[in-house]
Design a protein around this ligand. Structure first.
Ligand code: COD
Ligand code: ZN
Ligand code: ZN
Length: 376
């Protein structure tokens, strides 16, 4: 490409400081160094974690920063030594990388590469420098993806090459929300055919859990939310029952236990509140139930539980990116989507031009959107 080896000037939404609206600016994006890939982002979703980070309630992120971690695009150029992708390839940049070499990558049971943020900071590229600048200032990367930029640079081990037929304005959700929820049902809970499930929270991630439970063959999927406007879509995606905790006098765990006899086989907390985390755990079968936590609390917050909940046999677990080994599994997930195994398109309620990124955040804050996709 004509731009290879050159600095690209393009649009990006810069978060100059926490709790401020994003500012759409012209930024400079330096060419990829050895082992790096520069990607032209075509579409990006706005995920709740972007909002949490902007509020300063999740992860320690350095500002100014370019957020966004749910995108899809096309390789513009590659640095020296890159072999797995070439210019023109359709790709998904990965917030959970897969280096293929660390002990987690080598373990077939695990997907959390040790190059992930909680082990090693991803605010700068691995050589501890940034490829972004704006008005003479260095701008930080975010999880090595920074999809709120028309061009971004990521390490090769944080890129998944996907099918050339994939619609980028849809599969951008595979970078986080869809894969997280769907994989929580398939990989983390390992939902069995004929089982019963309860999903707490019907945002984009919770609805993706429902899609996963349905594909896994669950016979009953109970959707739980305090916003009844979410029920129609939950039913459309496979929920068999929808309940609002505010419609009952007794705690929701008692309601679910009565509805199912001994509690559900699998429960999922996809909200991020202490009380719903405990309720989800208590809602699953006391002996064989599995509860998967996907929500996170504001940093520093904790929960306490009665250990009896676990002593009787329940399993309490969580996962990142749905337990998928990212580079290896996301391309396969995209292929299954192209084969129409599931339809996450229904999660996209709004599509906006990139410059309206703050409008997208507003739709998310007010609960009016499931997922907003921004197009460059
Ligand atoms: N009882 C029942 N439902 C509730 C309650 C309650 N007390 N409170 C809120 N809800 C409902 C809301 O009405 C809403 O419908 C739903 O819960 C939450 O949906 P969203 O749209 O806010 O959220 P999602 O689905 O986009 O994301 C939910 C997460 C829990 C994944 C997210 O907020 C989070 O904590 N992310 C960080 C952790 C993580 O791994 N995320 C993966 C993506 S980065
Ligand atoms: Zn996310
Ligand atoms: Zn690794």
């Amino acid at each position: 490409m004509a731009t290879a080896g050159k600095v690209i000037r393009c649009r990006a939404a810069v978060a100059w400081a926490p709790r401020q609206p994003l500012s759409v600016e012209e930024v400079e994006v330096a060419p990829p160094k050895a082992g790096e890939v520069r990607i032209k982002i075509v579409a990006t979703g706005i995920c709740h974690s972007d909002e949490h980070i902007l509020k300063g309630s999740l992860l320690n992120v350095e500002f100014p920063v370019i957020l966004g971690h749910e995108g899809a695009g096309i390789v513009e150029s590659t640095g020296e030594g890159v072999t797995s992708v070439k210019p023109g390839d359709k790709v998904i940049p990965l917030c959970v990388p897969q280096c293929g070499k660390c002990s987690f990558c080598l373990n077939p049971e695990s997907n959390l590469c040790q190059k992930f943020h909680l082990c090693e900071s991803q605010n700068l590229l691995p050589d501890k420098t940034s490829r972004f600048s704006c008005k003479g200032k260095q701008i930080h990367h975010f999880l090595w993806v920074s999809t709120f930029a028309e061009y971004t640079v990521v390490p090769e081990y944080a890129v998944a090459k996907i099918d050339a037929a994939a619609p980028l304005d849809k599969v951008c959700l595979f970078g986080c929300g869809f894969s997280t929820g769907y994989g929580a049902a398939i990989n983390t809970a390992k939902v069995k055919p004929g089982s019963t499930c309860a999903v707490f929270g019907l945002g984009g991630v919770g609805l993706s859990v429902i899609i996963g439970c349905k594909v896994a063959g669950a016979s009953r999927i109970i959707a739980v939310d305090i916003n009844k406007d979410k029920f129609a879509k939950a039913k459309q995606l496979g929920a068999t029952d929808c309940i609002n905790p505010q419609d009952f006098k007794k705690p929701i765990q008692e309601v679910l236990t009565e509805m199912t006899g001994q509690g559900v086989d699998y429960s999922f907390e996809v909200i991020g509140k202490p009380e719903t985390m405990v309720a989800a755990l208590a809602s699953c079968n006391m002996n064989t139930g599995v509860c998967v936590v996907l929500g996170v609390l504001d940093s520093g917050a904790e929960i306490s539980i009665d250990p009896m909940l676990l002593l009787t046999g329940r399993t309490w677990k969580g996962s990142m990116l749905g337990g998928w080994k990212s580079r290896e599994c996301l391309p396969k997930l995209v292929s299954s989507y192209l084969e129409k195994k599931f339809n996450p398109d229904l999660l996209i309620t709004h599509t906006l031009p990139f410059d309206k990124v703050n409008e997208g955040f507003e739709l998310l804050r007010t609960g009016k959107s499931i997922r907003t996709v921004l197009l460059f």
